[in-house]
Design a protein around this ligand. Structure first.
Ligand SMILES: NC(=O)c1ccc[n+]([C@@H]2O[C@H](COP(=O)([O-])OP(=O)(O)OC[C@H]3O[C@@H](n4cnc5c(N)ncnc54)[C@H](OP(=O)(O)O)[C@@H]3O)[C@@H](O)[C@H]2O)c1
Length: 231
């Protein structure tokens, strides 16, 4: 399996948990930022920057050279507006900085789509292959109608959801499932210390949920515990 954003946060914890349960796990981190991931001794480490399509293509080629197929791809890496210098996460619709808006959307929405595109041949050779796109409750129209102060983040996750639905449609005939998951509010650097779930709790629940997903679930938007998430 292959997990992006594996050097810290939820991606790190998912990588740790799947390795501990005996899976062959490759992890991805940004170039020059894979040290913690390497400490987990995964089967392989790929350095790639989701903001840069050629970096993704190169990274996925290195993965393809090292594995025969992929059963699970977890697109976990993600950012909010704070990733863009000088931009606070609280950005209303009329405060949007176009560069930050585009930057967040490229990393959160088109990035996972490019990773999945480049993983397509590997997934075709996987057993019951699944793409798990880590979305957010803030990508839900219903939920974001009342919470979420970072408009770029909300829009990027809504875009990821639509790209996931379209990817699910495209990959279903090939037997590849695509599922969107809200991991809960998790106490990572992004979620902050007040969050309701620890990375360990979220990763444990996702680990269990993933085991029960099949092609019949493709196109669903679910929570960490496998329950349907409102759109
Ligand atoms: N935490 C929450 O409450 C929460 C709630 C809903 C959804 N989510 C989603 O869950 C996922 C994981 O979030 P998290 O809470 O673990 O956040 P986090 O602790 O901030 O970690 C983000 C991860 O994404 C990676 N990343 C950022 N920019 C990247 C880029 N340009 N290229 C490649 N990797 C990049 C980071 O790598 P570096 O170490 O190199 O920066 C890091 O590994 C995200 O998709 C997030 O939107 C989180």
């Amino acid at each position: 399996m292959f997990i992006t954003g594996a050097n810290r946060g939820l991606g790190y914890e998912l990588t740790r948990r799947f390795i501990a349960s005996g899976h062959v796990v490759w992890g991805a981190g940004r170039p020059g930022r894979t040290e913690r991931l390497e400490g987990l001794a995964p089967a392989g480490v790929v350095a790639m920057d989701l903001a840069d399509e050629s970096s993704i293509v190169g990274g996925m080629a290195r993965l393809a050279a090292g594995v025969d197929g992929l059963d699970l791809l977890v697109n976990c890496a993600g950012v909010d507006a704070r990733a863009f210098a000088g931009v606070d996460a609280a950005r209303g619709p009329f405060d949007l900085d176009a560069a930050a808006f585009t930057g967040v959307s490229v990393i959160n929405a088109t990035g996972p789509m490019v990773v999945t595109r480049q993983a397509r041949d590997l997934l075709r050779r996987g057993r019951s292959p699944l793409v798990l796109n880590v979305s957010s409750q803030l990508g839900s129209m219903e939920v974001a109608a009342s919470i979420g102060s970072d408009t770029a983040y909300c829009v990027s996750k809504a875009a990821l959801n639509m790209l996931s639905v379209k990817t699910a449609q495209a990959l279903r005939p090939e037997g590849i499932a695509v599922v969107m998951i809200h991991p809960g509010w998790v106490s990572t650097d992004m979620g902050g210390p007040s969050a309701s779930l620890t990375p360990e709790q979220s990763a444990a629940a996702i680990h269990e949920t993933v085991a029960g997903l099949t092609l019949a679930d493709s196109g669903r938007f679910i929570r960490w515990d496998g329950q349907d998430h409102p759109w």
